[in-house]
Design a protein around this ligand. Structure first.
Ligand code: SF4
Length: 236
């Protein structure tokens, strides 16, 4: 065999290996996409057992699952590191639920924007174990999953979908400036009558905006103040 034909054969072999590798990679990517669409694999940023700091269940022990990915982009967001879903490992939801201790009564699914993902499987696995399913969401993507408590926190940059208003058990409006009171009132008109209404100061604005919120709630007692107690307690 001449040197040039050996060289030609090597090139061909290399080409075949590259082709096979690319094919396996495509199959793996397709399989990953399928598992994500089924809610079997989700990008999980973190999970931890702590105390719920906000809203109606403030003070209750709760296990948090924070999913990666958010397409809303609030400028004051305090979990910007959650935005890029690629940064967070795709995790088997069955394995994640299996390792939750039997003492846990409430699991809170948060993000990022958790409704970017199919949450049917996650919530059904939790409810099979008699664990309450709570969500914290902007409501801006299609609602999936079966929820025992639905905390809706609308954001002006990407407004909630109709179903999210119908599902809301509590409406949590983050107050950054005085214009947000008007936004809060407009959103309160869209939820059901028994939905709890909360105003929550944006954490970095608390020295400026807490007093106006207190005054606002005194004058408009249908609202309650939601305090981020976990931040005062210095727990996750
Ligand atoms: S929706 Fe939530 S996670 Fe997304 S940018 Fe706004 S505050 Fe951050």
């Amino acid at each position: 065999m001449s040197v040039s034909s050996v060289y030609f054969k090597m090139i061909c072999n290399k080409g075949i290996i590259i082709f096979i590798k690319a094919y396996i990679c495509t199959v793996k990517t397709e399989e990953k996409k399928r598992l994500m669409a089924a809610g079997e694999l989700l990008p999980v940023m973190e999970y931890f057992y702590t105390i719920q700091g906000e809203g109606k269940y403030s003070g209750a022990a709760a296990y948090f699952i924070r999913l990666g990915g958010c397409d809303v982009g609030c400028h004051w967001c305090d979990v910007k590191e959650s935005w890029e879903m690629e940064k967070h490992p795709l995790t088997s939801i069955r394995e994640l639920v299996n390792q939750i201790d039997d003492t846990v009564e409430i699991v809170v699914i948060t993000g990022g924007e958790p409704l970017l993902w199919n949450l049917e499987l996650l919530t059904s696995l939790l409810q099979e174990r008699n664990i309450r399913t709570h969500i914290e969401t902007s409501g801006s993507s299609k609602v999936t999953g079966s929820w025992d408590w639905f905390c809706l926190s609308p954001k002006k940059r990407k407004m909630p979908m109709e179903k999210a208003y119908q599902m809301a058990n509590e409406l949590k409006m983050v107050i950054f400036n005085k214009a947000d009171f008007k936004f809060a009132e407009r959103e309160a008109e869209k939820v059901s009558e028994d939905c709890l209404l909360y105003l929550q100061v944006e954490w970095d604005r608390r020295s400026k905006m807490l007093a106006p919120i207190v005054e606002y709630v005194k004058n408009n007692p249908k609202w309650r103040i939601s305090v981020q107690t976990h931040k005062y307690l210095d727990i996750p």
